[in-house]
Design a binder for this molecule. Structure first.
Ligand code: SAM
Ligand code: SF4
Length: 344
């Protein structure tokens, strides 16, 4: 991605970011920290080495990059992590971005959070123009939740969900499916989420980073789980509208929506409109590929955006056609970077 000649700056004036397949980049996901107050077993190893504070971008630096992406067609920004709500002063980034919601340059700013800090931030998020959040919750059983997250307190998430809904935030629950208890818990999660007017999306475990367990052994195919669900629930497939990786069904008994994200068993790449920034300013055009380009030096070396734009346009021009995850009978092929670096 980095070896090719950057495109001439003159060609880039307010041009939309479009890759070699004609896919337009309209969605930027920013991981504002690699740190987290949990250690979910599918995401992190028990003992993690985090980046030094000097390497991580300041919130003003994220904001500068965000405005640059907006200039070239990004209309939606997701703030993620690590756990975004543990980042000091994180609300100031939401406040800076909210001006662009007000003036119509952005359609949406959304957040993915584990919910542990949500009770103290829910009102502030709503006040900054955030209307939708994703909360990750894999179990309603306090003991299993603690086991899965290695330290999490389910009651804090429940409290956070209460405050979020009271504040007016629309909540979607994300749950990673892993072999074991999940098959027995999924119906409870459906009833819980839909009973509170929250959509639920099931995510297949992706082989990102060494987390200390055998991914092959814990992998639960959502294609298999879906077959089970069809035998217990009345499911109606819904037309996809988001351009994202999820397929949605309506569950007639609850009236709620159930999403399936199956990166290993189904390919969503042909309509991919998203790019990602990690907390150190590395720019990734595909979550499922190793390739990235660092924007940090260009960001810190100059107040001019020219070099940054050249790097971004060049990377987008070389956005991979599809991701590199693969699964066969014997091997699960993944990549070395943990999910907490890029935020899913
Ligand atoms: N800490 C926040 C949270 O948990 O929602 C945001 C960051 S987290 C990395 C974003 C999403 O990635 C979460 O929904 C989490 O469940 C999911 N995730 C983490 N590791 C994963 C993996 N190996 N495979 C699939 N999803 C994963
Ligand atoms: Fe933290 Fe989210 Fe990763 Fe869990 S999934 S360890 S909450 S970053």
């Amino acid at each position: 991605m980095t070896n090719t000649q950057p495109i001439l700056p003159a060609l880039m004036q307010a041009a939309p970011l479009t890759d070699s397949l004609g896919r337009k980049v309209t969605y930027l996901r920013i991981s504002v920290t690699d740190r987290c107050d949990l250690r979910c077993s599918y995401c992190m190893a028990e003992h993690m080495q985090f980046m030094s504070h000097n390497d991580v971008l300041r919130l003003e630096e994220f904001y500068r990059l965000a405005t640059l992406f907006m200039r070239h067609g990004v209309r939606k920004i997701r703030i993620t992590g690590g756990e975004p709500l543990v980042r000091k002063n994180i609300m100031s980034l939401f406040e800076m971005l909210s001006a662009h919601l007000d003036n119509g340059e952005l359609d949406e700013v959304v957040v993915t959070t584990n919910g542990s800090q949500l009770s103290r931030h829910a009102e502030g998020l709503f006040a900054a123009g955030i209307r939708r959040i994703n909360v990750s919750l894999d179990s309603l059983n306090a003991d299993r939740y603690r086991l899965l997250t290695r330290c999490g307190d389910l009651s804090k998430v429940m409290n956070g969900l209460d405050r979020a809904q009271e504040a007016g935030l629309k909540v979607k629950i994300n749950a990673v499916a892993m072999k074991g208890a999940f098959e027995n818990e999924v119906d409870d999660l459906i009833r819980f989420a839909h009973g509170r007017g929250m959509d639920l999306t099931l995510i297949e475990e992706m082989p990102l980073g060494n987390v200390g367990h055998d991914r092959k052994a814990s992998f639960l195919s959502l294609a298999e789980l879906e077959k089970d669900l069809w035998s217990r629930w009345s499911l109606t497939p819904l037309a996809s509208g988001t351009g994202g990786p999820a397929r949605y069904m309506r569950i007639e008994e609850t009236g709620g929506k159930l999403g399936f994200i199956t990166p290993l068993s189904c390919n969503f790449c042909s309509s991919c409109n998203r790019v990602r920034l990690d907390c150190a300013g590395k720019f990734y055009t595909c979550m499922g590929s190793e390739g990235s380009v660092s924007l940090r030096e260009a960001l810190r070396d100059s107040s001019s955006d020219e070099r940054l734009e050249a790097l971004i346009f060049d990377a987008v021009a070389h956005k991979p056609h599809h991701h590199n995850f693969a699964m066969d009978r014997d091997v699960m092929q993944g990549i070395g970077r943990h999910m907490s670096v890029l935020g899913g």
